[in-house]
Design a protein around this ligand. Structure first.
Ligand SMILES: Nc1nc2c(ncn2[C@@H]2O[C@H](COP(=O)(O)OP(=O)(O)OP(=O)(O)O)[C@@H](O)[C@H]2O)c(=O)[nH]1
Ligand SMILES: [Mg+2]
Length: 318
């Protein structure tokens, strides 16, 4: 995944400043004033083309992205809008080039090359300014893409549930991830990835933001990202229930969400009751991420879903 390598997207001013600087140097290299003007125009137009074209090329191809990343970009920005902006840049690049070429050709036989130079520069500047909003938007997309966690194609446990039930507390105990833990809802605002080495195997754990039991089209962007991880990256889902309702949400709503996740996903879902230190749940395995009680047993339960299971995970992890 090359998302962190996408370079900064320049503003229209930056594209033009850079092109002007390059062109000014080229112009000085010509002794003849008219040839200098011609070179100035050629140089600006090719510098603008190169920068815009390069920006489009360095963006990831969304069709090649894995479904999780594609859906995340779609949730956050809308794939169509991103594609539209990239298309606008490609249009501006080719317009700037053809304007430059045709003015430079005209300048070969012109009396007053300075007038044509000024006109060409004005046309090219206007073309680049037309895509300034697209450039700003694409830079926002770039900044968000860089911050997305790297989800690898390995055995993956996705932790899901209502807000404030102890999902982050669990992943902190069992993996390298160090998410924030706090006694209020929506502490976790994006998908967080952690790992755990078991023998020679690297298991991936994905912490997700809390999801409420409500229709999919009413879910906010944070909840939608959680559901995208649940449906696209999990090999097994750990659904954490807070039967004490200390999280602030009724048990019945949590079970409703559990049923939805069971329906929506093609992978096994293990439901576990957390906060057993204050309220023991019935009908599900239980644990307390506060005291550590039952946590390793839950881990053992999840790791049984690995395809290769050379030895009991409990032996490896204790
Ligand atoms: N008593 C008790 N409290 C717990 C336990 N596990 C977590 N908590 C508390 O529950 C609160 C929420 O814990 P988090 O791990 O942040 O919960 P979360 O599900 O990640 O929450 P969101 O990120 O908001 O969805 C914190 O105040 C934790 O200290 C537990 O086993 N027992
Ligand atoms: Mg959390």
């Amino acid at each position: 995944m090359e998302l962190e390598k996408i370079p900064t997207v320049p503003t229209a001013e930056e594209v033009l400043d850079r092109a002007f600087r390059r062109a000014a140097v080229k112009r000085k290299e010509k002794l003849n004033k008219d040839r200098g003007n011609e070179e100035f125009v050629r140089s600006i137009s090719s510098a603008v083309f190169d920068k815009l074209d390069d920006t489009v090329r360095k963006f990831p191809s969304f069709d090649a992205l894995s479904p999780f990343y594609r859906e995340t970009v779609n949730i956050l920005f809308g794939i169509d809008r991103v594609k539209q902006s990239l298309g606008a840049l490609a249009w501006a690049a080719s317009q700037a080039r053809s304007v430059g070429v045709s003015y430079a050709r005209e300048m070969r036989h012109a009396e007053d090359t300075a007038v044509l130079r000024r006109r060409a520069v004005a046309r090219i500047s206007s073309i680049v300014h037309q895509v300034d909003t697209d450039l700003h938007f694409l830079n926002d997309v770039r900044n968000s893409l860089r911050k997305l966690p790297e989800v690898q194609d390995t055995f993956t446990v996705v932790i899901a549930g209502f807000p404030n039930v102890g999902k982050s507390s669990f992943i902190r105990l069992v993996s390298s991830a160090e998410p924030e833990i706090a006694g209020y809802a929506f502490t976790t605002k994006q998908v967080i990835v952690g790992h755990r080495e078991i023998g020679r195997e690297r298991i991936q754990f994905v912490d997700t933001p809390g999801v409420l039991d409500r229709p999919a089209d009413e879910r906010n962007v944070i909840e939608q990202q959680a559901m995208s991880a649940v449906t696209h990256v999990a090999d097994v889902i750990l659904f954490i229930i807070d039967a004490s309702e200390e999280c602030g949400y009724p048990l019945v709503d949590q079970i409703h969400l559990l049923d939805e996740i069971r329906r929506e996903s093609d992978v096994p879902v293990e439901a576990v009751v957390n906060k057993a230190d204050i309220f023991p749940g019935e009908g599900y395995p239980s644990m307390s991420t506060a005291t550590g009680e039952g946590v390793m047993e839950v881990l053992d339960l999840l790791l049984r879903y690995r395809v290769s299971s050379p030895s009991s995970p409990l032996e490896d992890i204790q």
